[in-house]
Design a protein around this ligand. Structure first.
Ligand code: FES
Length: 148
């Protein structure tokens, strides 16, 4: 019995969209305090559409597969759709994750959300704060890449 689906193994061994976007319009970094894994997502945005996305994940195989799948799911999509991406949808697109690995997919959802919030903040775009409930976001601006 395989613990991980073929899709998980595929996205883990051959992750899509790995890297950095130097002149990203939004960057989101999140971590899981328990396992210590960190995920960083870079977005290039034009007219409200995610035209490019890259990620760097220092984490477990499920976190890498989740970031890879999540970036594929939001590429070319409007921000409104990317904001609706849930960790459950990411896990489903991977044909499932073991229950104790579901938190790894949560990182992907949170990193995308943090990157979009960063884009809104940088551009003074108003947003509904209720859409960004993660209190850890308070620390996001300390991780700037010195672009300003
Ligand atoms: Fe930490 Fe998977 S074990 S994200």
């Amino acid at each position: 019995m395989a613990l991980y689906s073929e899709k998980v193994m595929d996205h883990f061994t051959n992750p899509r969209n790995v890297g950095v976007i130097e002149d990203a319009d939004g960057v989101g970094e999140v971590g899981n305090a328990k396992c210590g894994d960190i995920m960083k997502i870079y977005l290039k945005i034009r007219d409200g559409i995610i035209v490019d996305v890259k990620f760097h994940t220092f984490g477990c195989g499920s976190a890498i597969a989740s970031s890879s799948m999540a970036t594929e799911l939001i590429k070319g999509k409007p921000l409104s759709e990317a904001l609706e991406l849930t960790n459950k949808a990411v896990a489903e697109a991977l044909d499932g994750l073991p229950a104790y690995k579901m938190h790894c997919s949560v990182l992907a959802e949170e990193a995308i959300r943090a990157a979009i919030k960063n884009y809104y903040d940088r551009n003074g775009i108003p947003y509904d704060k209720a859409q960004f409930p993660d209190p850890a976001d308070e620390d996001e601006h300390h991780h700037g890449d010195g672009e300003e």
